[in-house]
Design a protein. Structure first.
Length: 94
């Protein structure tokens, strides 16, 4: 189904909403957890919106493991448990 002549995406049918899916990178994950001011207000609003599906990349998991093993990232407890708990607590999916 083509959108309007302006090239815009078609509007959802009445009664339906489009789910927003956002893939975050490692910095966004860490900034979100630390409530870091480097994370923009727009990004905060998007991540805190319950209708947004927040996706965490497996590559970000690898990057966190690399930073942790190199001594450039410290977390409370084992890294796997920390990441697993934070993903669940912040309704993020891998």
């Amino acid at each position: 189904m083509a959108g309007p002549a302006t090239g815009a995406a078609p509007r959802p049918r009445k009664g339906r909403t489009r789910a927003t899916r956002v893939l975050i990178d490692t910095h966004v994950f860490l900034w979100w957890l630390a409530d870091d001011p480097a994370l923009s207000t727009r990004a905060r609003n998007c991540l805190s919106d319950s209708s947004t599906a927040v996706l965490f990349s497996a590559a970000s998991g690898w990057e966190l493991a690399f930073k942790s093993s190199a001594g450039r990232l410290e977390v409370r407890g084992p890294l796997v448990r920390f990441v697993t708990e934070e993903l669940a607590a912040n309704r993020m999916e891998v």
